[in-house]
Design a protein around this ligand. Structure first.
Ligand code: HEM
Length: 356
């Protein structure tokens, strides 16, 4: 069935995903319907946007494209006051209290006993210090004048950071292990880079970590090939026309940007995106458009934990590569596939491990 939408035709379909993840389904739909189409998620209509010009426009016009209502519905039932679910001035208040910590990711590596220092290096300490002294007085103020977090806001933030902080990096590491088991030559290159120092199994200082550029390329390729988040939502605050596709959108419409599709679209890459090839992120192999590779989203609502996530990922991956080698457990158990929970994880992963 076709639906005339301004001067463009869209195929409308409501469909059950039959166990496929959104990433797998949208890849197939993009192949069939092109890089902009509508999708019904139950009663909600989503406009899936895949052209890099349109995607850039959405992320760079924060006053038109606000945090998506679908995102808010997804997490809002359990943790309505967590940063991902709030907008406007309330978001600004929460962001001003949580974001500074993530600018000091490297300091997390150093432990400290001083309260001032702990406020800078412990998210929990920093959040607890932001608890409102007089909640009743704060409730009466208009949002712009409020300071600190109420008890229920603090609880929701802690819960959200506990969930997102552990689930995200562990999913990404599962994909790392899966890809390593399938690509022994990549593992050998990481090990060769680690061996390039005096002490192969020695401590990982920040300088040493920074010098591991091939490992950075592998981490990027893991996040590109198998992103743990399939996409991001934005809701329009006013009518707007997308510049690349020319599609007219209206206030209240919900757009969905598929991180996975952008990372897999051959138009966005000079080297075949269907191949797992970390070297694409070394000199000259970058995506053809800056918005083709956005594993952490983009714009004013991009992931605030991305530096921490990359840091954790790199430290754990480097440590693993110092001590063990992963081998493919065979076609019965190591078949890959995807399963969607809060993040996208490998469905069937079975590897054997040798200690180096
Ligand atoms: C590999 C690890 C991770 C990936 C791939 C990832 C990815 C994402 C993505 C795609 C978004 C949505 C961005 C958007 O709408 O533009 C997001 C949001 C968010 N992430 Fe992450 N994330 C990771 C780890 C973390 C960690 C470790 C934390 C904190 C401990 C974190 C905290 C957040 C927060 C607070 C938001 C909501 C930001 C907002 O609504 O303004 N993430 N993340």
């Amino acid at each position: 069935m076709f639906y005339k939408f301004q001067n463009r035709k869209f195929e409308i379909f409501g469909i059950l995903l039959h166990g496929a993840t959104a990433a797998e389904a949208f890849k197939e739909f993009t192949r069939r319907f092109g890089n902009i189409f509508q999708f019904w998620l139950g009663p909600s209509r989503l406009i899936i946007v895949g052209g890099t010009g349109d995607v850039q426009h959405i992320y760079t016009h924060r006053h038109i494209y606000e945090q998506g209502d679908a995102f808010v519905k997804k997490f809002g039932i359990l943790i309505p006051n967590a940063i991902i679910n709030i907008k406007g001035s309330t978001f600004k208040r929460h962001a001003s209290l949580t974001m500074p910590l993530f600018r000091h990711t490297h300091e997390l590596a150093q432990s400290s006993t001083s309260t001032v220092q702990r406020k800078r290096t412990s998210l929990i300490a920093s959040l607890v210090c932001s608890l409102q002294q007089d909640e009743q007085a704060e409730i009466k103020k208009i949002e712009d004048k409020k300071k600190g977090l109420s008890r229920s806001e603090l609880l929701d933030e802690m819960l959200f950071f506990l969930i997102v902080g552990s689930e995200s990096v562990s999913s990404a590491l599962s994909w790392f292990i899966y890809h390593m088991s399938k690509h022994p030559q990549v593992q050998q290159k990481i090990k060769a880079e680690l061996m390039d120092g005096d002490d192969y199994k020695g401590p990982l200082s920040l300088d040493r970590l920074d010098s591991l550029v091939y490992l950075d390329a592998v981490i990027n390729e893991v996040l590109r090939f198998t992103p743990i988040s399939d996409g991001t939502f934005r809701t329009l605050t006013v009518d707007d026309r997308l510049p690349e596709s020319g599609v007219q959108l209206y206030k209240g419409d919900q757009v969905y940007i598929s991180i996975h599709n952008l990372a897999q679209d051959p138009q966005n890459w000079s080297i075949d995106p269907e191949i797992f090839y970390p070297e694409r992120f070394l000199k000259g192999g970058k995506p053809l458009h800056p918005y083709a590779f956005i594993p952490f989203g983009s714009g004013h609502r991009q992931c605030i934990g991305q530096d921490l996530a990359r840091f954790e990922f790199k430290v754990i991956a480097a440590r693993l590569m110092q001590y063990v080698t992963f081998h493919d457990g065979g076609p019965q158990v190591n078949t890959g596939g995807q399963v969607q929970t809060i993040t996208i994880m490998p469905k069937h992963i079975g590897v054997s491990i040798t200690f180096d």
